[in-house]
Design a protein around this ligand. Structure first.
Ligand code: NAD
Length: 480
């Protein structure tokens, strides 16, 4: 393990003008390495490099199938280095080693998918009557700025970088301060597959400094942001000032509606993945379960059993897929989540199990189940971003929709029932960008993902995401 990691700007590994930050292993609380921090001048150099690549026309000039093959090769590069990369990701982020492997596979999958899609971005011809020939075609925006959160640093970068490159954009990635190290792989992959210098730039820096400089840069043509609502608003404001589009993938307080006919034994698996995967630090986590009152006590019992079955400890010791959970990303995030549990208790909620910091070094919070949660409580309204499940009872279907839709968010939602009519009604009524029926997280890279309300706008994943990275040009030819 290197003890100092640089940024990657215009094909070179460079120091940062803002010094360094210590990256801490949340599984032990010890410093892992130092990361260079970019300042405004570094951001400026990265954007200038990307702009130069864009203006050279080299990426759009390639036949899309060739560009797509380069993108796919980047994904293969990740898989070839999966073992070392997974260890690094686990050490900086805290997740179990097997979850880190899963994240790398997910990241590689984005390159496979969008590499494939590169040659499907086709325009259409529009009939204007005799005397005209009219068609549309798509051009890349140019410089794509991508600002990444700490919870899935590899998958989130892969998601936007693969689609951005497949459509012919040059990219500048701002990595998260807490988990910047593993993103080095994208620089190596870009070099290994032969992308021109400056097509991919990877730099870490403080959000308020490098992040703000990037999102407000006048030569950035398009922005993709994944992170919190507060930062999303700052970025949308900066984008508006430069009249450039942005995609905002923000938080969520997503709810599963569990009906009286649901298969609760099968639902245990949804609890396991929905709220304890990545220690609940998932924007689309199943952080609320709204259960019919007739099955409430049974569900609480099952959720308690799932939470208690998890073996919690340093991710690096958890290589085998199973009932394990790692550290949260930092002690600050853990303390924030634990504080929200205590506040909820003061407001009248009951901790069924968990809720406390664990008495071992590192950023560990016990897997938690909360009962007696009322819809207006803070814990039912605001994102915990930790392994904390809130359970709320409902009486009738309308009541369930009112609770499910009763937050400012709208990222995903779910319904669990054997009744097709109920499932279909829920799919129509739930105000969210994605609805899962009988399986939380059903879907994949192919399925569009994004929020309603304060969960953001625009869609990543699926074919929808391609249109974030291209602009339509219409060509009208007058035939004389
Ligand atoms: P955050 O908003 O604090 O930071 C995200 C990124 O934005 C970081 O790289 C940060 O440095 C940068 N940033 C911070 N301030 C900035 C500014 N003023 N200008 C430009 N950039 C700035 O979020 P976080 O704490 O890293 O991530 C957790 C949040 O992200 C949660 O709310 C979670 O729900 C959300 N999230 C959403 C998705 C999704 O796809 N919808 C995925 C993962 C995480």
């Amino acid at each position: 393990m290197k003890d100092y990691w640089q940024n990657y700007v215009d094909g070179d590994w460079v120091d940062g003008g803002a010094g360094r930050v210590d990256v801490v292993n949340p599984g032990t609380g010890e410093v892992l390495a130092a990361q260079a921090l970019a300042d405004e001048a570094d951001v400026d150099r990265a954007v200038a490099a990307a702009k130069r690549v864009h203006e050279s026309g080299v990426l759009p000039a390639m036949r899309p199938v060739e560009r797509g093959r380069l993108v796919q090769a980047m994904g293969r590069y990740l898989l070839e280095h999966a073992d070392e990369l997974a260890r690094l990701l686990t050490l900086e982020q805290g997740k179990p080693l097997w979850e880190a492997h899963k994240e790398i596979q997910g990241a590689a999958r984005y390159f496979e998918y969008y590499g494939n899609q590169a040659e499907t971005v086709e325009g259409r011809s529009i009939p204007l009557g005799q005397g005209y020939f009219d068609f549309t075609h798509y051009e890349p925006y140019g410089v794509s700025a991508q600002i990444i959160p700490w919870n899935y640093p590899l998958e989130m970068t892969a998601r936007s970088l693969s689609a951005g490159l497949a459509t012919g954009n040059a990219c500048v990635i701002k990595t998260p301060e807490l988990t910047p190290l593993s993103n080095y792989i994208f620089a190596e992959a870009a070099e290994a597959v032969g992308l021109p210098k400056g097509a991919v730039n990877i730099l870490c820096g403080w959000g308020h400094q490098a992040g703000a400089a990037l999102s407000g840069h006048r030569h950035v043509n398009q922005i993709v942001f994944t992170g919190s609502v507060k930062t999303g608003i700052a970025i949308a404001t900066a984008a508006a000032a430069n009249v450039v589009p942005c995609v905002l993938e923000l938080g969520g307080k997503s709810a599963a509606i569990v009906h009286d006919d649901a298969d609760l034994e099968a639902f245990e698996n949804d609890i396991r993945w929905g709220i304890y995967f990545n220690s609940g630090q998932v924007c689309s986590a199943m952080s609320r379960v709204i259960v019919h009152e007739s099955r409430h006590d049974e569900l609480i019992g099952r959720a308690e059993a799932v939470a208690k079955s998890l073996s919690v400890g340093p991710g690096i010791d958890r290589g085998e897929a199973g009932l394990t959970m790692g550290a949260m990303v930092s002690e600050a995030q853990r303390d924030r989540a634990a504080g929200m549990v205590s506040d909820a208790e003061r407001q009248g909620a009951r901790v069924v199990t968990g809720g406390r910091k664990m008495n071992i070094p590192g950023a560990f919070l016990e897997p938690t189940v909360m009962a007696d949660v009322r819809p207006e409580m803070t814990i039912a309204q605001e994102e915990v971003f930790g392994p904390v499940l809130s359970v709320l009872p409902f009486k009738d279907e309308e009541d369930a929709y009112a609770i499910a839709n009763g937050t400012e968010y709208g990222l995903v939602g779910g319904v669990f029932t054997r009744d097709l009519d109920r499932a279909t009604r829920a799919a129509q009524k739930i105000r969210a960008g994605q609805v899962f029926v009988n399986e939380w997280f059903a879907g994949g890279v192919e399925t569009p993902f994004g929020g309603y309300g304060k969960s953001g706008y625009g869609r990543e994943k699926g074919r929808e995401a391609l249109w974030n990275y291209v602009q339509t040009k219409n060509v009208a030819i007058s035939i004389r």
